[in-house]
Design a protein around this ligand. Structure first.
Ligand SMILES: [Zn+2]
Length: 235
């Protein structure tokens, strides 16, 4: 089944053909919540829910709240209990080991993950690719078990998909913060990427030919450094 998403200036297609028994990873964030809702409401696959443990507390009130509000009656299974104490900079190592653990359990034929494209450094100079907070996601996963159908999407595509699916009210409940589990810090990569996603969708950073000509005039007259683009465009 194909799903279109994104603004008219950057519409993209998601293709999903789930197996009969699938696992879905949920984190309480916007991406995995949207993916779960899409899979739950559009396919007959039997779904098992998984969450990769990252802290002492294995109770997940936000996920419980999300499931209640979306009317999804599934039990959450916590995995990765042997490696949850690894530091946050090893988060992706923790995830991938936990995915392998799920595969070895043999309960599902495929595992769906809501990973999206790594954010563009030009928009997030605070979070360079070398920063521990920058999500080092693979560009493209090709695997018979692990499925990342959102891997080619920016945050604004997922928000738009939620609007098209009529579930965007849940974005008042999801938490996409990298620091806190129960609220948004407003400063981390996850929080900033979320705000950026909404602003790109509703009020995108854009330019006109007049803006470009004004910059060209500056470049040709006063700007001799030839490298002021980032400052000029206020990126
Ligand atoms: Zn945050």
């Amino acid at each position: 089944m194909k799903f279109n998403c994104g603004p008219e200036w950057d519409e993209r297609i998601i293709t999903i053909k789930p197996a009969k028994k699938i696992g879905v990873l949920v984190s309480s964030g916007l991406d995995s919540t949207t993916l779960l809702s899409l899979l739950y409401n559009n396919f007959d696959s039997e779904i098992k829910l998984y969450n990769v443990r990252t802290g002492v507390n294995t109770d997940k009130p936000v996920i419980r709240d999300i499931l209640n509000k979306l009317g999804i009656d599934l039990t959450l299974n916590i995995v990765g209990n042997s490696i949850w104490q690894t530091p946050m900079y090893n988060h992706h190592a923790r995830l991938w080991k936990a995915f392998q653990e799920i595969k070895e359990l043999g309960e599902v034929d495929e595992l769906y993950c809501g990973n999206i494209q790594s954010p563009r450094e030009a928009f997030f100079p605070d979070f360079k690719v070398s920063s521990p907070e920058f999500p080092k996601r693979p560009w493209l996963t090709k695997d018979s078990f692990l499925k990342n159908p959102f891997e080619h999407l920016e945050k604004y595509h997922v928000i738009d998909l939620g609007r098209r699916l009529g579930i965007d009210h849940i974005y008042n409940t999801t938490i996409s913060c990298n620091v806190y589990e129960l609220w948004h810090c407003g400063k981390c990569m996850g929080c900033k990427e979320l705000l950026w996603g909404f602003s790109q969708l509703d009020n995108p950073t854009s330019t006109s030919l007049d803006d470009l000509v004004a910059k060209a005039t500056l470049d040709l007259t006063t700007d001799t450094t030839k490298n002021h683009d980032k400052e000029y465009w206020n990126l």
